[in-house]
Design a protein around this ligand. Sequence first.
Ligand code: ZN
Length: 291
Amino acid sequence: MERYLTHVILHEVGHTLGLRHNFAGSLVYDGTPNTPRSNSVMEYVVDADAIYVDVPQSYDVQAVRYLYNLSSEQPTDLFCTDEHTRVEPYCNRYDQYSDPLGEDYGPTFLLVKELVLYEILPFPALAAAFDHYGNATLQWARSGTSADRRFAYNIAMAYVRPPVALPPDAGPGFGPAADDLARRVLSRLYLDPVASRGVFNATPAESSAITPAAVADIHGILINVDGIRGFQSRRTMVDILKSMQSLGAYSALRQGRDTVATQAGTATGSQKLLAEDLLARIDLALSPYYR
Ligand SMILES: [Zn+2]
């Protein structure tokens, strides 16, 4: 407790000396026992790491020396602050490790999905975790390098992208849960209100990094390529393709229409009604496609 309070007081004294937050601090921590948890007391570190940041760190010393004319050298340590959290995916409050996506957010988001897919917990019990770790993972899909965008998108769609291959130990709820999670991930990425997306909330710009993969996944769900997709998801995929306003999405919607028309022709009962309604939704989105 004393070390934790010391950390908090150092942070606040840092502010009085003129230091701003440094949310890049935790990027120096590679997870091995003897590396620093942060290069700065001005980082928001998780409580478990805060007790290891109970003396001024390298960035703090550099910054104070520069500010008070004890050195002409500007700090060379990594630095980012509050406004960067919206534009730089590696600039996060309360993150951990030099690779926060690969070592923290990504694996935890996969775990959240596993808990739902294997029916260990229902989605509502994990909704807050889905929001936190899903949004954090998707911030790299929204921006960053092509490699990071691809990596983040693949984590976000892992287990749930079409065609889903049901694992041998899957229970009866696996398919419906995969359908529900895929809809939630793609909707969060492209369709959900900005306010629900977390601090990093831009709709991904069209790019070769993830757009072709996303359009292919959305098309696969729209036509129910793996037989586990419900009409709620399929309707959402129409809305996403419409929102994209791109030639690739337009083409996917056109191709999807042909398949859905065939399905509506052979379906019976309520499935036929729902397929015809989906077809009507596609037609509305297509005529004309461009707004
Ligand atoms: Zn502060």
